[in-house]
Design a protein around this ligand. Sequence first.
Ligand SMILES: [Zn+2]
Length: 305
Amino acid sequence: MRIEIVDLNFLGAEQIIASFLLLGEDSAAIVETGPTTCLDSLTGGLKEHGVAFEDVEQVFLTHIHLDHAGASGHLAELLPNATFYVHEVGRPHLVDPSKLWKSATRIYGERMGELWGETRPVPEDRLVVLSGGEELEAAGGVLAAHYTPGHAYHHLAYLEPDSGALFAGDVAGIRLPGQSYVRPPTPPPEIDLEAWVRSIEEMRQIAPRSLCPTHFGRFDDVERHLGELEQRLQSWVLFIGERMEAGAGRHEIADELRQEGDAEMLAEGAMPGESGRYDLAGDYSNLVDGLMRYIAKRRQEAGSE
Ligand SMILES: [Zn+2]
């Protein structure tokens, strides 16, 4: 099996959202569809690698967020032989994307169309649900599904054992090519720190030779990367909890987190504009909203015990 990264050129920007092509002798599979707005880049990538639409037998989704799976309904129409794999909890949202659309509209408002484009349902008979632990034949090889919640309740990561590549969706964070900085994607509404930390431990156990985050690419320094992600998640939750305690609002907290993050990125050798590129995969207001929601929920649970 050959693995190729297709740059979906999200909003015309390079290397923000990836789709991964798995190419076998006479069949192919895709990990992540990207959003509908990137459909042309994805089909262009298939053509560029000589993959006929009929040859794509599987589409593996890490989770159903629109930047990862938004184009699934359109792809079901374009790829007549493809079966779509998703965690069982994500399945209803592919069959009927209207609830997901509504919930995303609360975050993105008027920018929904420009960012993600239209979503279409995936026919039920094209979907297979997973819960993690499955080994699936794909593109002449194998993919192993691992349940990795934390960023989303229904998140899966997929290991390709030959190369040791782990297609990590969002659970291994955001890290752009040429950078070492790992930004935790923590949007509303399902962030769960404890589950995420367990998933990071699970990824350590899997011990992949490389991590392939959808945002973006392939990185070999697995231990260091996961360590940085875990540490930053923990320190963000502590920091935001303290600031909430002190009465700070979401804008204020997002500004503070941005300043800290920008300084850390510079210290890790990033160019000044790089933070804005990371924002395309997860901006601070959105990430702070997700963590504030998580922290408030935990406090409510603790209060009602
Ligand atoms: Zn996501």
